[in-house]
Design a protein around this ligand. Structure first.
Ligand code: MN
Length: 383
């Protein structure tokens, strides 16, 4: 098991749940990072006594440095500080639960320092899948999925003899708060409506992504990279109860799935303890209590983000980075009350149609595409 762990994004939803898993397993925390949550990071630092902490925001980091002056904990700031925490010598595993494409560089830093990665930052693989997978292969490190669907697929692949015997991956989707609604009905939905997820308690960005189903599109791209599967061989199935977390169909049409109550602490723990399993803080699944499991096709017309993501990964290159960055900007603008809910889908689809053509790419090209897509969305909606 990985006993020395660095957690990037420790004050977010996944980060906090990861620390609960750490408590249960009795692991050693070597570094913690956050964006700007000074108070909570101070509290976590005092409890877990890591060697390093970092805040992305410079001013917040200055504040934290003063607050932690009576300890031996070193405080860093900015992207450099986050990368220091990702590449610390005595860390075995880096759990990346940073929100958004800003998590890409720390992932690459951790890989270069030969750390195994527990990856909860799906935008990392969407924006720079080729860079991440090539670097991981070169460094010989494992990327263990924390996203519940990808953990389910990873678990369902244990015992798979040969990659070519995998016929299909099936990603389940809860459908979010707007399942069954038409575009007409979604015209005037509010941020509060979109944040009201039926099954999962998550951060704001991903909850809005679930409402638009962009989240499932991003996960399709993520799955394609993680499991080396063609996008055409990845299906999406709406499963309202979020009990079956995803499935793998094999050459003989046998289908293996992973089930459990919807609680991120199971996939977080499995990524840390793989291939072993231990008792977890999560409650037992009672299928007789759940009683009914339903499965339906997604509505691709209403939730146009899924098709945009599928098209982006088919086109390859920087197109996935483009849809991801357009979505990050649109998601933020919607949460800030500057655009309507359906504008998110428009932003993503239109950015993809207008994106400058890119084939092969470097990390700098990803940054450039991110900027291009952000500006495109700003201009499109006059923000
Ligand atoms: Mn997921």
């Amino acid at each position: 098991m990985n006993t020395n762990i660095s957690i990037l994004g420790s004050t977010g939803s996944i980060g906090k749940q990861a620390l609960e898993v750490v408590d249960k397993l009795g692991l050693n925390v070597t570094a913690l990072t956050a964006n700007s949550s000074v108070e909570l990071l101070e509290k976590q630092a005092r409890k877990y006594n890591p060697q390093l902490v970092a805040l992305h925001d410079e001013n917040s980091a200055k504040d934290l440095k003063i607050r932690l002056a009576d300890t031996n904990i070193k405080v860093f700031s900015g992207m450099d500080g986050i990368c220091k925490c990702a590449s610390l010598d005595n860390t075995d595993m880096v759990l990346n639960s940073v929100v958004g494409m800003i998590g890409l560089k720390p992932t690459l830093c951790a890989i270069e320092s030969k750390k195994d990665i527990a990856l909860a930052n799906k935008e990392t693989l969407v924006a720079g899948g080729k860079l991440v997978m090539n670097a991981a292969k070169k460094a010989g490190v494992n990327i263990l999925p924390v996203d519940s669907e990808h953990s389910a697929i990873f678990q369902s692949l244990q015992g798979c003899a040969k990659h070519e015997q995998i016929k299909k991956l099936i990603l389940t989707a809860s459908g979010g708060p707007f399942f069954g609604k038409t575009k007409e009905m979604l015209k005037n939905v509010t941020v509060a409506d979109a944040l009201n997820h039926p099954n999962w308690s998550m951060g704001a960005k991903i909850t809005i992504d679930s409402a638009s189903m962009m989240n499932k599109g991003l996960e399709l791209i993520e799955a394609s990279w993680l499991f080396d599967m063609k996008p055409d061989d990845i299906d999406i199935l709406v499963h309202r109860q979020s009990i079956v977390h995803s499935l793998v169909e094999y050459a003989d049409n046998s289908v293996i799935a992973q089930l459990g109550v919807p609680d991120m602490r199971i996939p977080i723990q499995y990524a840390i303890t793989y291939p072993d399993r231990f008792e977890s803080p999560v409650k037992e699944l009672s299928l007789s209590e759940v009683a009914t499991l339903t499965f339906e096709k997604p509505d691709y017309d209403t939730f146009e983000c899924i098709n945009a993501c599928k098209k982006a990964i088919d086109l390859g290159g920087l197109y996935p980075a483009c849809v991801n960055a357009a979505n990050e900007r649109a998601n933020r603008l919607f949460r800030d009350g500057k655009i309507k809910f359906l504008d998110i889908g428009k932003a993503v689809s239109e950015a993809l149609e207008s994106a400058p053509v890119y084939g092969d790419y470097t990390l700098d090209d990803v940054d450039e595409m991110n900027k291009w897509a952000e500006e495109f969305v700003n201009k499109r909606f006059g923000c």
